[in-house]
Design a protein around this ligand. Sequence first.
Ligand code: SER
Length: 878
Amino acid sequence: MKYMTTAEIRESFLHYFEEKGCLRMPSSSLIPDDPSLLLTSAGMVQFKPYFLQQKQLDPAYIGTTTVQKCVRTNDIDIIGTTGRHLSFFEMLGNFSFGAYFKKEMCAWALDYSVNVLGLDKDRLYFTVFVDDDETIEIWKSLGVPEDHISRLGEEDNFWRAGPTGPCGPCSELYYDQGEEFGCGKPTCGPGCDCDRYLEYWNCVFTQYDGQEDGTLVPLPKKNIDTGMGLERIAAILQGVQSNYETDVLRSLVAVGERLSSISYGSDPKADLSLRIIADHSRSITFMISDGILPSNEGRGYVLRHLLRRAVMKAQIIGIHGTFLNDYVDEIVRLMGHVYPEIVENRELARRVILSEEERFGKTLKNGQAYLEEALAELEGDVLSGEVAFTLHDTYGFPIEVTREIAEERGVGIDSEGFLRLMEEQRERARQANTKDTEAAWSTYGGIHAQLRAELGATRFYGYDTTAGEATVTAIVRDGERVENVVAGEVAEVILDATPFYGEMGGEIGDTGLFESTNMRAYVLDTQLPEAGLYAHSVRVEEGEITVGDTIHVAVDAHRRASIERNHTATHILHASLRKVLGDHVRQAGSYVGPDRLRFDFTHFEAMTPEQIDEVERIANNVIMEATPTTIYETSLSEARSNGVTALFGEKYGERVRVVAAGEFSQELCGGCHVRNTSEIGFVKIISESSVGANLRRIEAVTSYGALSYINKVEAELKETAAELRVPIFDVSERTAANLKTLKEIQTKSKRLKEAVSDDGVNALLGMVQDAKAGYPVIITSTDIRDMSGFRNSWDIIRARMDRPGAVVLASVQDGKPVLFAAGTDEAVAAGFNAGAIVKAIAYAIGGGGGGKPTMAQAGGKNAAGIDEALEKAREILL
Ligand code: SER
């Protein structure tokens, strides 16, 4: 046996089966294309359609080989307590869809184990399904001694992915780790719960399609589905006792050691936390990278539960606050070369985890205090369902977490009480919903439900046709059924069949015209107040409509065409967003009208202008390639196995309608679409914004809408360019320049304003003194900040002095002292000389200057000399 790293084993396995003629394929997403499964839990999941002959493998290959990321949480309580169980693991597999079967598979499994991995053949044990003599013979023919082969029953050696679907008997390979690992019981052997015989490879002979009623229908071909636990085989080859000591997981355990300053192996309780966080952090990182977000149901709940469990376990070893991103970084470093999606979605994972940790952190403390109090006050050893429910409902503690903490104190939980309260809560929610619905119905007085029951579903034929003849089957006016509706009135008209699309799935209802010889009415809207019941909201212009009339009905085809363009564009944008931002992008809502479209989707930050451009570019590419759209009906499972995008939270029947724009976009949809993407003309995204936590919205226009949008923008731009007197492409530069100038002017004007503010001038005027020569003079320091401020102030002061006078002013401007003197002609005639004064006093500020007798200025270096300069001026003038 040779030491091999996890990476070496992975590569050697894939290479071995590639050499045998298998096609190496990438791991599929953790979100399976399979409604019967919550998460991808085995390598075979992506190959179900091949086993069922719904998809064919290129005949150049005899099968496929993969390393599949898997998440299994059915034994979450055991994880960490043993070295073998993991919530996240990698499964090495090879799969045959009729080309090779047992004989080849057994031979290769033995050859790979012994000759490539170098496992000691004497330590290998083999189990087969009870009645599978054929496989026993095969193992024997390969030189396996009889006492190394045992038969096990359904539980161990018949493999199923779920209650239904491809399944079959299997043969498992075990490695004997040695007596010291064993339980010592006489019954100990492969399949025993102890650690001695480690199952490392499961070879399933997938021969049946399990039915709902439990019967096994033979599959058309005999298939192979094998799964080898990468972490388990790594533990064997690396000579360690548990998965957590293999190279990859040990590095993650080390992250916890660093954060907690506790060495692995020093305390069994701490070890448990270190192992659980190492394991859960991989599930968390990989799940988010595949587009799963924390929520309160489905796989989002599994994710939230794993994350919260990791956070709680971290507390035990003294890791507080947010810390999981350290694990993300290490996981990306260790595994990013195999799974590019974790590299691509690293930031997404980091951010989702951080915000979830922060959210949980807030309630955690309060919840813990609440639980501690409840435990302290507890009489007996069972925690009430009320406490568990409050912890769940108010503090966000998954019930499993509460149970674990309680169990650590030797306390159980009244699960029944908890479940009863949960059910009561659900019932309350249901009633609230029903009330809303009832309130809505009361406005219709239940009339639509009656109509639907009486008339049946309206036949809709409007996907390809927009006009036809119809019979009026009912009319509703002001909530009442009436026999007719006359000119000037508005009413709802029900027909036996209609080409009008009723608002559904984001696409708004059609409008149009009803006509007969003496009647003309506008259809203002079409709605489906009851599933299958098309209600046309109509305003009669001429004549009247009577129940039983046969009328000509015509959708506003021009408007409908615009809606179709926007609807197909919505699908294309959806696929483009996923390409650019990642598979976490999910539709959360949409509006498709004739003039524009709106698309809401999951994403965590504002899109950058580059991303918006890229989405627009990709979408327009699909449009300009003139891709034909295809619309077909199929079964839900078929659609899913073909990778058709289903919308979150939508309920679909067994028969579904698929709308495809070539290979680029395939969505389940009941709406109206163009026949070729070129009809869309082009698409322009006009806004991107936030509409809630983790939700973004784009708005876009297409075809004529896009053209009129662009024209409008261009007209604005032209007008602006004309105002600015520049070509349109210089508008931005000129505007920036103008803004800069404007800013400068504003700053200047602000300063000026300050210089000549009323208060300032009044204060100066209050300082008037009489000069020796009799004219009034103001000698003072000010906070005027520049020369124009002085001049401006002087203009105002001279106008407001009761007699013609003079000023000698000082201030500090940009740190330098400045002197300013000015006088009216009268003051000059009386002997005032601004130039002479400035000259005479400037020495005090360490500078010089001069000017005319009516106005002069001086600058200096020594601001501290201002007082002396002014004192000197006073001496001279007063
Ligand atoms: N599907 C089988 C398993 O998961 C073998 O790949 O064990």
